[in-house]
Design a protein around this ligand. Structure first.
Ligand code: SDX
Length: 393
C-alpha cells in the first residue's frame, strides 16, 4: 500500500541494528542494560553508575566510578555566552523548544568536541552532554517561570544538583530532600535507555550522515517531544486530571476502545511490551513511596490512576490488545508531587535518555558496516507524463 517503506541494505545498518547495550523481551516484560535487569539497577545502583555501565559496558570499580563522577561534576556549567541564547526565547516557550534549540546550539559553542572521527572528542562530547543536560533543563525551567538561573554545585550529586537548580532561589537557602533526590535519581535510571525507540533511531539516523553529536542529540530531543513517545508523560497526567474522579473512568475507557475516537489512554500501550513494562512496575512503587513520604498518599490523581489501571486491565479489549501501563503512566504523578509543572516532564525524560542516545551513537560510530540511513519506498503516484501549459488546464 502507498508509502510502505522497504529498507535498502544500507539502511538496515542503522534501523535494525546489532547492539550489546539494551535487551527487551516484550512478551516477558524484561528490560536489561548490559545484562543487568532494570529492577535490579533501580534498586541497587544509581544513575551515574548506570551511565558508566551503558557507556563502557561494565559496572565500574570504585576508582572508575569516582573518576567518572568527577569528570561529569566538573563539566556541569555551560558556556556563559549561552545565557544570551536562552534570553532569545519568549518566556512562554515550552522547555522542550528551549532544549532542542540550546542543545543543537552546543555545536556552535563546543567546536573542540564535534569531530566524530576523533575518539577523544567523542568522549569529551559525551561527558559534556551528560553533565550539562540537567543544567540546560533547569535553566529552561527557570527561564519560563521568570526566575534567575541557579548554577550547579560540585558538592552535590547529580540528582540533587538538578533539583537545586530547579527549585532554589537566591532569596533563601535550599536544602535538597534526600527522599526527592533518590526518587529523581531512580526516575533518571528508569529512562536511561530503551533499545531502538523512535528518538534513539532518530539519533542513529542523524549520526549515520556524520552529523556532530550535539546535532544528533538535538534531533533525538525533537523526536522524543511527541505525545506518542516521550511527550506521553505530560499527556498522561493531563488526561488523569481531565478524568478527575474515578466515576468518570468508564467514559474514558469507552473512548479509548472507540475506533472512531482518536483518543488513546496516555501512558498505556507499547510497540514492544505486550506483557508489562517493567519500568512501570518500579515507577508505581516509587509513586507510592514518594507520595507517602511527602504526605500526599491520598493524592486524588494517584487514586484515579490506580483505578484506571485496574479497570483497564480488567477490560477484555485491553487484554486482547495486550495494553498495559508503560513507563509514562505513573511518572508524571511523582514529578508533579515533587513540584514540577507538566511542561517539565518530557525535558526530564530527555535529560535521562541522553546517556542512552550517546551510548547508541558511540556504538553506531564503531559499526564497520555503517552506511548512511537511506530508506526507500514503493512509489504509488502518477506515471510519467508531459507538462501541461496553464492555458490548457
Ligand atoms: C514511550 O518505543 C519505546 O521504547 C518508547 C519508550 C521509550 O522508553 O523510549 O518506551 C517511551 O514512548 C512509551 C509509549 C508512550 N506513549 C503513550 O503512552 C501514548 C499512548 N500509547 C499509544 O499511543 C500506543 O500504545 C503506542 C504509540 C505507544 C503504540 O502504538 P501502537 O503501535 O499502535 O500499539 P500497538 O500496535 O501495540 O496497538 C495495538 C492496538 C491498536 O489497535 P488496532 O489497530 O489493533 O485496532 O491497540 C490500540 C491500537 O490502536 N492501542 C490503544 C492504545 N495503544 C494502542 N488503544 C487505546 N489506548 C492506547 N493507549
Amino acid at each position: 500500500q502507498a508509502g510502505v517503506f522497504t529498507y535498502d541494505p544500507g539502511f538496515t545498518s542503522t534501523a535494525s541494528c546489532d547492539s550489546t547495550i539494551t535487551f527487551i523481551d516484550g512478551d516477558e516484560g524484561i528490560l536489561t542494560h548490559r545484562g543487568y535487569e532494570i529492577g535490579d539497577l533501580a534498586e541497587n545502583s544509581h544513575y551515574l553508575e548506570v551511565c558508566y555501565l551503558l557507556l563502557y559496558g561494565e559496572l565500574p570499580s570504585p576508582k572508575e566510578l569516582e573518576d567518572f563522577e568527577n569528570r561529569v561534576t566538573n563539566h556541569t556549567m555551560i558556556h556563559e555566552q549561552m545565557i544570551n541564547f536562552f534570553r532569545g526565547f519568549r518566556r512562554d516557550a515550552h522547555p522542550m523548544a528551549v532544549m532542542v534549540g540550546v542543545v543543537g546550539a552546543m555545536s556552535a559553542f563546543y567546536h573542540d568536541s564535534t569531530d566524530i572521527n576523533d575518539e577523544w572528542q567523542r568522549e569529551v562530547a559525551s561527558i559534556r552532554l551528560i553533565a550539562k543536560m540537567p543544567t540546560i533543563a533547569a535553566m529552561a525551567f527557570k527561564y519560563t517561570i521568570g526566575q534567575p538561573f541557579v548554577y550547579p554545585r560540585n558538592d552535590l550529586d547529580y540528582a540533587s544538583n538538578f533539583l537545586r537548580m530547579c527549585f532554589a532561589v537566591p532569596a533563601e537557602d535550599y536544602v535538597v530532600d534526600p527522599i526527592l533526590s533518590r526518587a529523581m535519581d531512580r526516575i533518571f535510571t528508569l529512562h536511561a535507555d530503551h533499545e531502538q525507540n523512535a528518538s534513539t533511531s532518530t539519533v542513529r539516523l542523524a549520526s549515520s550522515s556524520g552529523a556532530n553529536p550535539f546535532a544528533c542529540i538535538a534531533a533525538g530531543i525533537a523526536c522524543l517531544w511527541g505525545p506518542a513517545h516521550g511527550g506521553a508523560n505530560q499527556a498522561c497526567l493531563e488526561m488523569l486530571k481531565e478524568i478527575g474522579t474515578p466515576d468518570r473512568i468508564p467514559e474514558f475507557i469507552a473512548r479509548a476502545k472507540d475506533k472512531n475516537d482518536p483518543f488513546r489512554l496516555m501512558g498505556f500501550g507499547h510497540r514492544v511490551y505486550k506483557n508489562r513494562d517493567p519500568r512501570a512496575t518500579v515507577m508505581k512503587q516509587s509513586a507510592d513511596e514518594v507520595l507517602e513520604l511527602l504526605g500526599v498518599e491520598n493524592n486524588p490523581i494517584l487514586q484515579v490512576a490506580k483505578e484506571l489501571e485496574k479497570q483497564a486491565l480488567a477490560d477484555p479489549y485491553f487484554a486482547e490488545k495486550k495494553l498495559f501501563p508503560n513507563v509514562d503512566f505513573y511518572s508524571g504523578i511523582i514529578l508533579e508531587a515533587m513540584g514540577f509543572p507538566t511542561s517539565m516532564f518530557t525535558p526530564i525524560f530527555a535529560l535521562a535518555r541522553t546517556v542512552g542516545w550517546i551510548s547508541q551513537w558511540k556504538e553506531q560510530l564503531n559499526d564497520p558496516q555503517l552506511k548512511i540511513g537511506r530508506p526507500r519506498q514503493l512509489y504509488q503516484g502518477a506515471d510519467i507524463r508531459p507538462y501541461v501549459d496553464i492555458e490548457k488546464r
